[in-house]
Design a protein around this ligand. Structure first.
Ligand code: UDP
Length: 488
């Protein structure tokens, strides 16, 4: 009797450097294995891998069927000078890794699909050559996706700098974006950082589909525009690939830090403000001092993930993007004199990293002062925690505006752009979120959003799009192009 041997459908997944990319891509990979019976090879770029990344990969419990493949490190020091900007660095490392990515994929049974993030668009030609359909997993908001998909058109139509436009930037079907909120990468069109960002934005339409880590409960208008707005296609030389919201996908497995969790256990419900600037965020020395003093003045309980201050330069706001966990200074070296003694019992200072999802899930956590990275926002919303929006770099200002103005789940300190936020303003905004009526209203709104999201997750509405695509990958269908305008 002849029996056909069928291999389980197989996906190859690649994250560009940076924990904000690796964490959600790894979560997607786990989901493909656990809920969709796929096998996944997760390709890990090891060049510039941070100490936290290595630790995270070592300690993650991976389901059978998910295999990590560490790509050989490329000599990044020879690729770019030290002051190279973020997206140029990320893209250069991905490009230099292409030969090993190619040979890894070519050496195994052909995957049904290849998935990479926003900065992996240089893989499209290789995927085509190997006859593997390639999808983008967009790890930021639909709003940034809409902006990126529209950027090639803006690039053709707008003369001069976008930041000098007299009014907000119009995006078909979406809320316009204030020039002050524009992503750092488009604030100076003359530099390589812009050209590199535009390069990825222009190539995104080569994807078979774009999975985006958001949901209709968070970004209904933008997602509706991306599904059906004819202007998006009319204005563009190349039609858009279908866009599938599959979020919120957040970290499910979060390491441990017993001291922090035990301390939280002893605090009253909703009483602790958690302060963290993501994997890359750093503050100037003056800002660290003002934040410390402001926290003291507020007399609220807090956990603060501190990093040594950056230099004053703008690029330094993302100071630990590539090396988080390798800081050597002790908090007492850079926090105000006597601060650590004075806050004993009220505040806790932790160096560099905590298991953030566990902290946000804890009943004692009542607020999150965040740099507004998209993963941090999703994690906060899923756990019903109101925020203080403190954007630092990339698209974080755009995210902050969404939290404060569209969703009403965050407050933002008032301070002129680029200036240090003073201690009194920090005290005001911390008290507002943690103990005033405005904060209580934000807590109600974020709780409502949390309930809507958990209902959608329970009813499997948010993963429906992913499910449909996976079924196509499994069938190995050549027409796995998705259905334009398909909604949940
Ligand atoms: N994170 C964490 N502990 C920390 C700081 C960050 O676990 O002390 C995680 C956080 O939960 C999130 C990711 O790192 O999943 C940061 O991603 P985000 O998009 O918020 O910001 P980015 O680091 O990309 O700027």
């Amino acid at each position: 009797m002849h029996m056909a041997i069928t291999n389980p459908p197989h996906a190859a997944v690649l994250a560009s450097p940076g924990l904000g990319h690796l964490i959600p891509l790894l979560e997607l990979a786990k989901r493909l294995v656990t809920f969709h019976d796929m096998h996944v090879t997760f390709l890990v770029i090891t060049t510039h891998a941070s100490a936290v990344q290595s630790q995270l990969l070592r300690s993650s419990s991976l389901p059978d069927g998910l295999r990590l493949h560490l790509l050989p490190s490329v000599d990044a020091s020879s690729l770019f000078p030290r002051d190279t900007t973020l997206v140029v660095r990320i893209s250069t490392i991905v490009r230099a890794s292409l030969p090993s990515i190619r040979s890894t994929i070519a050496d195994q049974p052909r995957p049904s699909v290849l998935i990479g993030d926003i900065f992996c668009t240089d893989l499209f030609e290789m995927a085509k050559e190997l006859s593997v359909p390639m999808y983008v997993f967009f790890t930021a908001s639909a709003k940034l996706l809409a902006f990126m998909l529209h950027l090639p058109t803006l690039d053709e139509e707008v003369e001069g700098e976008y930041v000098n436009l007299p009014g907000p930037v119009a995006i078909p079907g979406c809320d316009p974006i204030r020039t002050a909120d524009l992503i750092d990468q488009v604030r100076n069109r003359k530099i390589d950082e812009y050209k590199c960002f535009l390069h990825h934005a222009s190539r995104m339409c080569m994807a078979k589909g774009i999975l985006v880590n958001t949901s209709d409960d968070i970004e209904p208008k933008t997602l509706a525009a991306l599904r059906v707005d004819p202007d998006f296609d009319k204005l563009r030389p190349t039609p858009l690939p279908p866009v599938y919201p599959v979020g919120p996908l957040i970290k499910s497995d979060d390491g441990d830090q017993a001291e922090v969790m035990t301390w939280l256990d002893d605090q009253p419900a909703d009483s602790v403000l958690y302060i963290s600037f993501g994997s890359g965020g750093t503050l100037s020395a003056e800002q660290v001092t003002e934040l410390a003093r402001g926290l003291e003045l507020s007399q609220q309980r807090f956990i603060w993930v501190v990093r040594p201050p950056s230099s004053e330069s703008k690029a330094a706001a993302s100071g630990t993007f590539f090396n988080v966990g390798s800081e050597h200074e002790e908090p007492s070296d850079f926090l105000p004199d006597g601060f650590l003694e004075r806050i004993k019992g009220v505040g806790m200072v932790v160096s560099s990293w905590v298991p953030q999802v566990k902290v946000l899930r804890h009943a004692s956590t009542g607020g999150f002062l965040t740099h507004c990275g998209w993963n941090s926002i999703l994690e906060s919303v899923v756990h019903g925690v109101p925020m203080i929006a403190w954007p630092l770099y990339a698209e974080q200002r755009m995210n902050a505006t969404m939290l404060v103005e569209s969703l009403g789940v965050a407050a933002r300190p008032l301070s002129p752009p680029g200036r240090v936020v003073g201690r009194e303003e920090i005290e005001r905004v911390v008290r507002m979120v943690m103990e005033a009526e405005e904060g209580a209203q934000m807590r109600c709104r974020v709780e409502e959003l949390k309930q809507r999201l958990s209902k959608a997750i329970e009813e499997k509405r948010t993963s429906y799009n992913l499910f449909c695509e996976v079924e196509k990958w499994k069938m190995g269908s050549k027409s796995s192009l998705g259905v334009k305008g398909h909604s949940q």
